[in-house]
Design a binder for this molecule. Structure first.
Ligand code: OOG
Ligand code: MG
Length: 264
């Protein structure tokens, strides 16, 4: 079968949706559609998420930031943050298992996540305002799975692909944000009992609260805000690491706790 590379939003949407369902890699949209811009990419993302919500009979449960750390920007060769959407059907709890074969080429990332205490509506949201809108903080791990071959993409490609979102693991333990210095929280990411990467909260744009402010201001460009009570993943604190059946990956964050994912 010959597939024609998409050069329209409708075509890109169909291709991204099918690639995920069929667990097959595709070439970046911008290879054949170089004019694809960020705004159109966020529109494709919105339509893709709506289609997945319907298909998976689920709902949107949160938002995620991506490429908020230098480590990730260098690894993916995209030097600006992005945002995507988290679906209820793709959430896992601490200690749960993931069938790696249900995804294309998954990688795990250590993250800090927040739950917001009130609506954040940009433009002009500062890190101080964002910080004071955080109710609680939790340990998280994202399993990303770009639909693009070898994770090769440009910013509009990865935005259209809902920022490689695949699964999101959250701790059931919520820590009140009051009194926590998010910048100095130490992070240890282990695979099979060995330390893979380490970081501190400040890896996220100098302060994870800056990530939340960035999100509020970026959403404002699309006429949207962060509703009160939203779960927000702040983005990978370190490089992502490939996972395979049999691996056990664990994120530990000072003052927040740990969580583990078993790969089958
Ligand atoms: C894009 C998604 C990045 C993060 O936390 O930085 C991301 C990718 O690397 O495929 O989720
Ligand atoms: Mg992530």
């Amino acid at each position: 079968m010959t597939t024609v590379a998409p050069t329209t939003a409708d075509g890109a949407l169909a291709e991204l949706f099918a690639a995920q369902k069929e667990r097959r890699e595709i070439e970046p949209l911008t290879d054949t559609w170089p004019a694809l811009d960020e705004r159109t990419a966020y529109q494709i993302q919105k339509r893709l998420v709506a289609k997945q919500v319907e298909d998976e009979r689920t709902r949107v449960v949160g938002l995620k930031l991506g490429l908020t750390s230098k480590a990730k920007q260098v690894q993916m060769k995209v030097d600006e943050p992005i945002y995507g959407v988290l679906l209820g059907s793709r959430m896992l709890g601490d200690g749960e298992s993931l069938a790696v074969a249900s995804l294309i080429h998954p990688k795990a990332e250590p993250e800090i996540a927040f739950v917001t205490a009130r609506e954040l509506r940009g433009p002009g949201i500062t890190a101080d305002q964002a910080r004071s809108a955080i109710a609680s903080v939790l340990v998280a791990m994202e399993i990303i799975d770009s639909r693009y071959k070898n994770f090769r993409f440009t910013l509009p490609d990865v935005v259209a692909d809902n920022t490689s979102a695949a699964r999101y693991v959250v701790s059931s333990f919520l820590v009140p944000a009051a009194g926590l210095d998010l910048r100095t929280l130490g992070v240890v990411f282990e695979k099979n009992g060995e330390v893979a990467t380490t970081a501190a909260g400040a890896a996220i744009l100098g302060d994870p609260a800056e990530g939340l402010a960035w999100l509020a201001n970026k959403l404002a460009e699309h006429g949207e805000s962060i509703p009160s009570g939203t779960l927000v993943g702040a983005g990978a604190l370190t490089d992502a690491i490939a996972i395979a059946p049999g691996d056990v990956v664990r994120v530990s964050i000072a003052q927040l706790g740990s969580l583990t994912l078993r790969c089958l």
